[in-house]
Ligand binder design. Structure first.
Ligand code: WT7
Length: 650
């Protein structure tokens, strides 16, 4: 981040917002005085059947237990308690399908639907602790299925609908899921897009799944596996709309969410009950200044990612928010779709990713200008650093110059916001996530773990446990310790991000320092794409880098060496297309390389490590950095010659 960007505008909190803000500056002091006491206060925003005996058990770091001995039910906290308090008629979701069909679900209706689904799961023999895979489009049943699992203590494992059958199969196997909930398909880019075939393929390669429950969404033809497959409407609709929730231990597993690491095998991040809900609920209320009776809240993300789990489902529902949920893409049937949604539902808080904002920038400010966006009062950003240009564009063209932007840094692993401004307190600096929230301790350290002062650049670490932290990697405690808690010892969480502290002590996130790419706010490991490429019969070796991309943040650029038996004619553009399709099939469309370059050799160090740094230079058309550690420095000349004039379109 250049110094000049930091000198651009400062944006103090709007006075009316500051005066009525849910959280004031004293929250920081309160938490600094008594961190655990602060989180206890936030935990009491929820309804517990039994209070905890101990706030935090950190006797065996890095294995944390929060609110030890406490008992609660997540679905009760998200639904029944609001209905009991007389809010059953309040809208929980204004849902809109991509074709324009709509559904409104009140808290009362949602509670009944979740109870029916919970009863159906029990009928199907699903027990507390069992894992349930959910592979769905963005429809209300996805949320209903998640809450039904939470209600009976089953552990949900949502797999983003854009992932391939392979990715689904490996996750089902790793988690040992007994049930899959899916749909015939969903709508994307104006057409139905099938999901059931991928489930059939995935389940045929696994042996833990007993049943597949299928929601009818698109009416597409589906193959039917008698005895295994069941229609959602057949098993759920006939159930009783009543179900008495059972309170579970604060540390009972709530869900697993797979995310890419630095190896090819995705990590099953495990989140538990009491601490997760405490921090997700509090941050949703504090960071978005959520006023349940006035706001219409919209997280424009997919429920299949952690952003959707925490800020479409658990945060908003626990706070009795009215949310918008939208199934499809932002340019279907026209590029003003989002702004039309905001205008019609009078959305007051919008939460989205920088990559989407940059896409809107590309489409031009004339499009949002045609709509009435005056209902908006607060904006959020998540997924990658937001460049100041995109921040300022978002502020001006979407926020009308009046809405503060919360740049929220967090991860699948952290479960909830960690570093972000607070809307009634912080004077905003475009491009910086600024300050750890009250009760969270983040530092910037050098390679040896020494804390750095202001005006320096290093690695981001979290130095105290936090309530919504991951508890482990599913089935792999050793990998949990190795990945996050070994670089600087068992008390320091290594986030994998570079960070800079400016002269005021504000934090600027600088992107990943490991071999993880960030494409459109989604994490993809270079190794995962490399192993997908080498699994193709024509590929001998592959190296993948994330090259900076004006829209998606990073774009995937692959360098491949073909096997000896592939002829010159076979190695053209057609093969590149084949390989791209192969990666889509193996991982999913989001992992599809922007460019694939066929090369004779890869730059390697004497110890055999591929020098991705040099490949990144090539991919970004930069002058090559230091090549002296290469075994053969002429390799880079050969690769540079191969460079196509412009990146090929996906
Ligand atoms: C990685 C986590 C958190 C939900 C979405 C992504 C990057 C996330 C920001 C931000 C700069 C950010 C980091 C982080 N990241 N938010 N506001 N500013 N970088 O979750 O897939 O677990 O990815 O996303 O690199 O480590 P995820």
């Amino acid at each position: 981040m250049s110094e000049s960007t930091q000198l651009e505008g400062r944006f103090p909190p709007p006075p009316e917002l500051a005066a009525e803000a849910n959280v004031k500056a004293d929250a920081y002091e309160e938490a600094a005085r008594d961190r655990l006491g602060f989180w206890e206060t936030q935990a009491r925003r929820l309804s517990w059947e039994k209070e905890w005996d101990r706030v935090l058990d950190w006797d065996k770091p890095p294995f944390a237990k929060w609110f030890v001995g406490g008992k609660l039910n997540v679905a009760y906290n998200c639904l029944d308690r609001h209905v009991e308090a007389g809010h059953g008629d309040r809208v929980a979701y204004h849902w809109e399908g991509e074709p324009g069909d709509t559904r409104t679900l009140t808290y009362g209706e949602l509670t009944q639907e979740v109870c029916r689904a919970a009863n159906a799961l029990l009928k199907l023999g699903v027990q507390a602790g069992d894992r349930v895979a959910i592979y769905m489009p963005m429809i209300p049943e996805t949320v209903i299925a998640m809450l039904a699992c939470a209600r009976i203590g089953a552990v949900h494992m949502v797999v983003f609908g854009g992932f391939s059958a392979d990715a689904l199969a490996s996750r089902i196997t790793d988690a040992g899921a007994v049930l899959v909930i899916t749909s015939d398909g969903g709508y994307r880019r104006g057409a139905p897009s099938a999901l059931k075939p991928a489930v059939d393929d995935a389940v045929s390669r696994t042996d833990s799944v007993r049943n597949v429950v299928v929601v009818k969404r698109t009416g597409q033809d589906v193959e039917w596996n008698e005895g295994r497959d069941l229609w959602w409407d057949d098993v759920v609709a006939r159930q009783s709309p009543e179900h008495t929730p059972e309170a579970f231990d604060a540390e009972h597993p709530l869900y697993i969410m797979y995310t890419s690491g630095t190896t090819a095998k995705p990590k099953g991040i495990l989140h538990t009950t009491g601490g997760y809900l405490t921090q997700v609920s509090w941050t949703h209320w504090a960071v978005f200044d959520l006023k349940p009776d006035r706001d219409v809240f919209w997280t424009a993300a997919d429920v299949g990612w952690v952003t959707g789990h925490s800020y479409i489902v658990y945060g908003p529902l626990s706070n009795r928010a009215t949310s918008v949920m939208y199934e499809g893409t932002p340019d279907t049937p026209h590029k003003g779709r989002w702004w039309d949604i905001i205008q019609r539902y009078k959305v007051s808080i919008l939460y989205t990713a920088p990559t989407t904002i940059r896409t809107f920038m590309k489409w031009g400010e004339d499009i949002p200008a045609e709509y009435d966006l005056s209902s908006l009062r607060l904006l959020g950003s998540v997924g990658e650093p937001i460049n100041p240009e995109a921040w300022l564009w978002y502020h001006k063209n979407i926020g009308g110059g009046r809405c503060p932007i919360m740049d929220t840094w967090w991860q699948t692993e952290t479960g909830a916001h960690m570093i972000t401004p607070l809307p009634g307190v912080t004077t905003l600096k475009p491009g910086s996530a600024q300050t750890p929230i009250p009760g969270v301790s983040a530092k910037v350290v050098d390679d040896e773990g020494n804390e750095l002062g202001d005006d320096s650049t290093g690695l981001l670490v979290l130095t105290e446990p936090w309530p919504s932290m991951l508890r482990t990697i599913w089935g792999d405690d050793d990998r949990y310790v190795d990945t996050y808690w070994s670089r600087f010892g068992k008390n320091v969480y290594f986030a994998g991000d570079g960070a800079k502290k400016d002269a005021d002590g504000d934090i600027w996130l600088l992107g990943r320092v490991d071999d993880v790419m960030n494409v459109s706010g989604h994490r993809i490991s270079t190794t995962e794409v490399e192993s997908a490429l080498v699994s193709h019969p024509t590929v001998a070796e592959a190296a993948v880098v994330g090259a900076s991309d004006p829209t998606t943040g990073q774009g995937i650029v692959a360098f491949v060496i073909l096997r000896g038996n592939v002829t010159e004619e076979q190695s053209g553009e057609e093969l590149v297309q084949t390989l791209r399709l192969h990666v889509r099939r193996e991982i999913g469309p989001i992992a599809s390389p922007r460019q694939i370059m066929v090369v004779q050799e890869l730059p390697k160090t004497r110890s055999g490590k591929i020098m991705r740094r040099l490949l990144r230079d090539v991919a970004e058309n930069r002058e090559l950095g230091d090549v002296t550690t290469l075994t053969d420095s002429s390799v880079m000349e050969l690769i540079s010659e191969k460079l196509p004039a412009a990146p090929s379109e996906d």
